[in-house]
Design a protein around this ligand. Structure first.
Ligand code: SF4
Ligand code: SF4
Length: 436
């Protein structure tokens, strides 16, 4: 580990070139397809740039970034992400205002995630190059703007507003890599604008992984007060979450994020959604609410007559409402079961809720990153099923470990609602698993 650490520190100054290269690739992927003719029906990632760009975004970037946190933590953020790097670059040029309270609010990244996830569905971010440009380009511009305005040598965007930062943060707690102080100071994690950390971590007090974007800035093999890179068994941080700054807002976000992602998947595959849509359309016409059956603005919903897809206001309202409804239902189920686990085990809600992290992560990878599995052909379903099964087993194992201080029998009983919650998530994603 020491050798790797020394190598990374020695070449840290070269990261800027990696970020610049990634920025070029990122812009080419989101911008070029808008100017190209649509790919023919039989195009592949090897024959048309638009197909390649789509595969790169949804078949590689999305699932692999989430899976990578298990092995390397948030290395995507620190080493590769062009958006975070752009925010930091802009920060060097900006007025460096103090980070305002509204941005520091725990709900800001949650709102950012929800808005981007729902907008992504209504504009058809997976199917239309224009929508991908709007969502990813808009996010990049927001990162640059917030980076420009707030913080001094910081990444306020990455800590407080990135739509996937919080998600990567929760899952990085499962990761095998951590950056830990060599001489930790007691007191627990704290937010500070002082120091070198771009995500405002009070370095000597660092206990949790979630805000660490692995920028390497705090690592110095020679300095006793620096941080060092350590390997650990994946899941250790959650198993011992009581010592790693558990956060109730993060647990709620885990439930909300799982639910809204599930809603974004289910509206596309459930026949009942189409029945409800039909019923609403008939009602709107009967009630002479013709605006509901008119197309809305293209920045808010998919309006692509040339591709035979034109969303109406009722589509926009139904997709958003359906996603929010599934989110509320899933959150209610998981919160109720977590309260039961907490009651039965005597452990805090804010600790036992983390047991759902693995199953939530594989849900996202399997449900929304299905393109990754396509090259496996007939084995795709098996691979997804195996991954999901691993997530279920891991969640239950974490549950067992998180409740460690209580007697085995009590833990076993408390695992019943934990298993029910895991099954509820799996049941929701069943069409992704068994739909090929
Ligand atoms: S937090 Fe978001 S913008 Fe920042 S580096 Fe990570 S993925 Fe990129
Ligand atoms: S803790 Fe260290 S590696 Fe992690 S974000 Fe802060 S300075 Fe970078």
């Amino acid at each position: 580990m020491k050798g790797l650490e020394a190598f990374l520190v020695a070449h840290r100054h070269r990261l800027v070139w990696l970020h610049a290269a990634m920025a070029v690739v990122f812009v080419a992927i989101i911008l070029v397809p808008v100017f190209l003719p649509d790919p023919p029906g039989d195009s592949t990632p090897l024959t048309h740039w638009t197909s390649f760009a789509n595969f790169a975004l949804w078949g590689l970037w999305f699932p692999l970034v989430f899976l990578s946190v298990i092995f390397t933590g948030r290395s995507w953020c620190g080493l590769l992400c062009p958006m975070g790097a752009a925010a930091e670059w802009a920060n060097a040029k900006g007025p460096k205002w103090a980070i305002p309270a509204w941005l520091r609010w725990e709900g800001t990244p949650v709102a950012s995630f929800l808005v981007v996830t729902i907008l992504g569905q209504t504009v058809g971010v997976r199917d239309h190059a224009e929508a991908a440009l709007e969502v990813f380009g808009g996010t990049l511009l927001a990162a640059i703007l917030l980076g420009f305005l707030y913080g001094r040598k910081k990444r306020a965007w990455c800590r407080h507003a990135c739509p996937i930062g919080l998600l990567l943060g929760v899952f990085s707690r499962l990761g095998a890599v951590q950056f830990a102080p060599k001489n930790p100071v007691p007191g627990g994690d704290a937010w500070t604008e002082k120091g070198v950390c771009p995500t405002m971590i009070d370095l000597p007090r660092k206990q949790e992984s979630r805000h660490c974007i692995q920028c390497l800035r705090c690592v110095n093999p020679q300095a006793r007060g620096a941080l060092e890179i350590r390997l650990r068994r994946p899941g250790t941080e959650i198993e011992r979450i009581a010592h790693h700054h558990p956060n109730i807002a993060e647990v709620w976000f885990l439930f909300l994020g799982t639910g809204v992602a599930l809603g974004g998947f289910l509206w596309l595959v459930l026949p009942i959604y189409q029945e409800w849509r039909q019923a609403l359309a008939e009602w709107a016409i009967e009630a002479e609410l013709y605006w509901l059956v008119s197309p809305g603005p293209a920045w808010l919903m998919s309006v692509h007559p040339e591709r035979r897809e034109v969303f109406l206001w009722l589509d926009f309202l139904m997709i958003s409402g359906f996603m929010l409804g599934v989110m509320a239902a899933m959150t209610a189920v998981l919160a109720t079961l977590t309260a039961a686990i907490a009651r039965l085990s005597g452990r805090p809600f804010a600790q036992v809720g983390y047991l759902f992290a693995p199953v939530a992560m594989v849900s996202l990878v399997v449900g929304l990153g299905g393109t990754l599995f396509q090259p496996l052909g007939p084995w795709a379903g098996t691979a997804k099923g195996m991954l999901f099964l691993a997530g279920i087993v891991w969640s239950l194992w974490l549950g067992w470990r998180v409740m460690a201080p209580c007697p085995p029998l009590r833990r076993l009983v408390a695992l019943i609602p934990a298993a029910a919650g895991v099954v509820a998530v799996a049941w929701g994603w069943a069409p992704a698993l068994f739909g090929g």
